[in-house]
Design a protein around this ligand. Structure first.
Ligand code: UTP
Ligand code: MN
Length: 507
């Protein structure tokens, strides 16, 4: 795959080069530590002596020359180059000494040991370079993973970036944390990460520091910062986003309890979030999710026979606890599900099972603009955000978590707190979503998560397939048509992806 000589005489800037005397040697100067002005100087020097020096790296390059970089670093850089080299021509990774020797001799000198960069070899069993895919929706990410210390650190940085509304930075850290979740081994050194995608420079720096010293100073500083601590607590209140939490922080609010004592104006949602703060900050167990499922099932069947109820979200992915319980409600006969939710809510209210609820009506039917616009990522299902009042067995050992905000008022005691209390109850966040059967597979895929897996599915669809995916539908922008599906497997097939089961979507 040689480039015709004529074309090689011009670089991207259109500058003509001196005639190439050694066509079998194609040099690429790696700028990293060399710096751009020295690189430009060496490029001119090489060309004036008849060497072929390429501006950019590609498959025609035979000699990569760097200055002040280790072989490992150059290999790391090489691994990030796309498209990957598909050539069997040998690629020499060389120190600048080979280049200067060649300049001195005015010809490419034979490569000696001292010119060659030493690239540490990977153990033969390590096939990760081939197996870690760049999109989270191409990878299998189990619930139990290695490298929690690294992942937790990157997630703190992602969260902190979100608290500064730096979405791009946050996503970069999330991607890095997520790719580590898919690795089958404990990372012991940077060498173990060779060929692993999605690790930006900043994330690598943090990982390197933790591998070396056990902690990252940056992460430690974030964890110790008052703003991070307060925003973490305030954004964990139901109905409170980053913007609101940030404003309250600047106004001096430090705990959810203070929102009540300061007499601040709260939305109905936030008011419920503060009132039930203690309960809602205790993770919901799988047993509690099942108990809620039984209640919701009774409610939906009382309203309409034949309704199908599906537990989604983290519990469907196999998580043992969650921050809420997510359900999809559908009916095998299209259209029967319409208007179902208000009746279900009434039934639940009549049984005194709801502490809070807010309904959103289905607006998807109005979305006739879908053909002209890419599918919006917001879903428009008939939906209810609610807080259930779940009875707890008397023997319950659960206690309200002593949160750092611990002053929220008004929650009733949980069972087991006072020995003589026969039964207590617990406030539990529940999302109920109604979908027509024709959209069920999309809704199931969209609501099973994880959030990062979903984001990556949509990115894959858009960037690699020119399709738009949301929880209602998949639209092929080239064919200008919707691609129907009645199962998650079919959607993966439409997207050209291997099927990943829910238990491996914990990206
Ligand atoms: P959750 O926020 O409930 O996350 O959203 P989770 O994975 O179940 O985790 P925990 O255990 O509750 O903390 C579940 C899925 O539903 C999607 C999210 O993208 C996620 O994939 N979702 C959530 C929506 O599509 N729309 C929403 O408005 C909320
Ligand atoms: Mn959930």
């Amino acid at each position: 795959m040689m480039v015709p000589l004529k074309r090689r005489k011009r670089d991207v800037s259109g500058e003509t080069h001196d005639a190439i005397k050694y066509p079998h040697v194609v040099i690429f100067l790696l700028e990293r530590r060399m710096g751009s002005s020295r690189r430009a100087f060496l490029t001119r020097l090489g060309r004036s002596k008849g060497f072929h020096v390429e501006e950019s790296f590609s498959t025609v390059v035979t000699h990569v020359v760097s200055e002040g970089n280790s072989g490992g670093e150059v290999q790391e850089w090489l691994d990030t180059q796309a498209p990957r080299r598909q050539t069997h021509r040998p690629l020499h990774l060389l120190d600048i000494s080979w280049f200067t020797d060649s300049m001195g001799a005015s010809r490419p000198v034979d490569i000696e040991d001292r010119h060659m960069l030493e690239v540490p070899t990977l153990p033969i069993c390590d096939a990760r370079e081939q197996t870690v895919s760049p999109y989270a929706c191409q990878r299998r990410t189990p619930l139990q993973h290695h490298n929690s210390i690294l992942i937790d650190a990157l997630e703190v940085l992602a969260e902190n970036a979100q608290f500064h509304e730096s979405e791009g930075r946050s996503l970069a850290f999330r991607k890095a944390g997520s790719v580590l979740k898919a690795l089958p081994l404990d990372v012991q050194s940077m060498e173990d990460l060779r060929g692993v995608p999605c690790l930006g420079e900043h994330s690598q720096r943090v990982i390197k520091e933790i591998l070396k010293y056990g902690v990252s100073r940056e992460v430690k500083a974030v964890l110790e910062s008052e703003r991070y601590q307060v925003l973490k607590v305030l954004t964990s209140v139901f109905g409170v986003g980053v913007k609101t939490a940030d404003r309250w922080f600047r106004e001096g609010v430090r705990t959810p309890g203070e929102l009540v004592t300061s007499g601040r104006r709260l939305t109905r949602e936030q008011e419920a979030g503060v009132r039930h703060y203690k309960h809602l900050s205790i993770p919901v167990t799988r047993a509690e999710a099942r108990a809620i499922e039984r209640i919701v099932k009774e409610a939906v069947l009382a309203v309409l026979p034949g309704v199908q109820l599906t537990l989604t979200g983290g519990f469907r992915r196999g998580k043992q606890t969650g921050h809420d319980v997510d359900f999809l409600i559908t009916h095998p006969e299209e259209g029967k599900e319409e208007g179902l939710l208000p009746k279900v809510i009434s039934w639940l209210e009549s049984q005194d099972l709801l502490l809070y609820n807010k309904m959103n009506e289905n607006s998807y039917g109005e979305a006739k603009e879908l053909h002209s616009r890419p599918v919006s990522s917001m879903d428009r299902f008939e939906r209810c955000f609610s807080i259930f009042r779940l009875d707890q067995p008397a023997s319950g050992t659960q206690q309200p978590g002593a949160s750092s905000a611990g002053e929220a008022q008004g929650s009733a005691p949980l069972g087991g707190q006072g020995a003589c209390e026969p039964r207590g109850w617990k406030a539990v966040r529940v999302d109920l979503v109604v979908t027509p059967i024709s959209q069920f597979a999309f809704a199931l895929l969209g609501w099973t998560g994880s959030q990062h897996f979903e984001r990556e599915l949509r990115r894959w669809a858009g960037q690699e397939k020119q399709m738009s995916l949301n929880s209602h539908a998949l639209f092929d922008r080239r064919q200008k048509k919707f691609l129907p599906a009645s199962s998650e497997e079919e959607i993966f097939t439409h997207l050209g992806l291997d099927y990943i089961p829910p238990s491996e979507r914990n990206a």
